[in-house]
Design a protein around this ligand. Structure first.
Ligand code: A3P
Length: 286
């Protein structure tokens, strides 16, 4: 796997997109500003869905922005070279995405009042989503069998390392005024009230028709057809989408269609061992 990753403080990061060595020192001093909104996720938690919702909040439900600018330019990834370069001199309130674990994020985040949203998801669904995604990606070693990827995931030998560590790390921010935790499952269950929760957190207000437009334009089907959000612009470059899509099924609980009984039991045991110290109500799928 080593040729697909750069390892930073023990965390495997995608070599193709992660900030190059020559820029790293400068990048570590990246300045988060008080008016920034930061979207933090472990990969495959529904990052792009949350970005779409935030863009639609910023544009007051008007879909022009999400239909004309690629999603990675609307909310650049701070850990990629292109994302960092576009963010560093950008004026005004910025939307910033990151998959980094807490110990790797540029330190200025902790002294800024930037609003941070951490989106979590059942790691079993993340595992299945990751398995299918890395099978169509050109920049991460492709797993052959789910059985094989299951082992990589448990060991944290996947992009951005262990889900268990990532979640523990960011959950240590729980309770801070500028830190909101959301879950994919709750968003799926009730997108309207969770969008209102995000608006309240950001101090923004949408009129009823703006909210309706947001809900329509951030649905799975509409996003799947939006070429600015479905990664079809990068087909062949990073992704071979003939055999799948980043917007795959968009449901909760799909893991039940793929895990064997033995895998489900093994995962339960590991989850209980590793996550017992956190309040279980943080995990609405358990
Ligand atoms: P599945 O592979 O389970 O379908 P990320 O954006 O972090 O890479 O996460 C990708 C996952 O989010 C995929 O999960 C994808 O289908 C799901 N997703 C993206 N947009 C969505 C939407 N509008 N509604 C529900 N799920 C969505």
């Amino acid at each position: 796997m080593s040729d697909q990753y750069v390892w930073l403080k023990g965390i495997p990061l995608p070599a193709l997109t992660f900030i190059p060595e020559a820029l790293r020192e400068e990048w570590e001093t990246f300045v988060f500003k008080d008016e920034d909104v930061v979207i933090l996720t472990y990969p495959k938690s529904g990052t792009h869905w949350l970005i779409e919702i935030l863009c639609l909040i910023f544009s007051k439900g008007d879909p022009k922005w999400i239909q004309s600018v690629p999603i990675w330019d609307r909310s650049p990834w701070v850990e990629t070279e292109s994302g960092y370069n576009s963010l560093k001199d950008k004026e005004g309130p910025r939307l910033i995405s990151s998959h980094l674990p807490i110990q790797l994020i540029p330190k200025s985040l902790f002294s800024s009042k930037a609003k941070v949203i951490y989106l979590i998801r059942n790691p079993r669904d993340i595992l299945v989503a990751g398995y299918f995604f890395y099978r169509i990606s050109n920049f991460i070693k492709k797993p052959e069998l789910l059985e094989e990827y299951f082992e990589w995931f448990i060991q944290g030998n996947v992009p951005y390392g262990s889900w268990f560590d990532h979640t523990h790390g960011w959950m240590s921010m729980k309770g801070k005024e500028n830190f909101l935790i959301l879950s994919y499952e709750e968003l799926k269950r009730d997108r309207r009230s969770n969008t209102e929760k995000i608006c309240q957190f950001l101090g923004k207000k949408l009129e009823p028709e703006e909210l309706n437009s947001l809900l329509k334009n951030s649905s799975f089907q509409v996003m799947k057809e939006n070429k600015m959000s479905n990664y079809s612009l990068l087909r062949g470059q990073y992704l071979d989408e003939k055999n799948g899509s980043i917007l795959r099924k968009g449901i909760s609980g799909d893991w039940k269609n793929y895990f064997t009984v033995a895998q489900a039991e093994a995962f339960d045991k590991i989850f209980q061992e590793k996550m017992a110290d956190l309040p279980q109500e943080l995990f609405p799928w358990e």
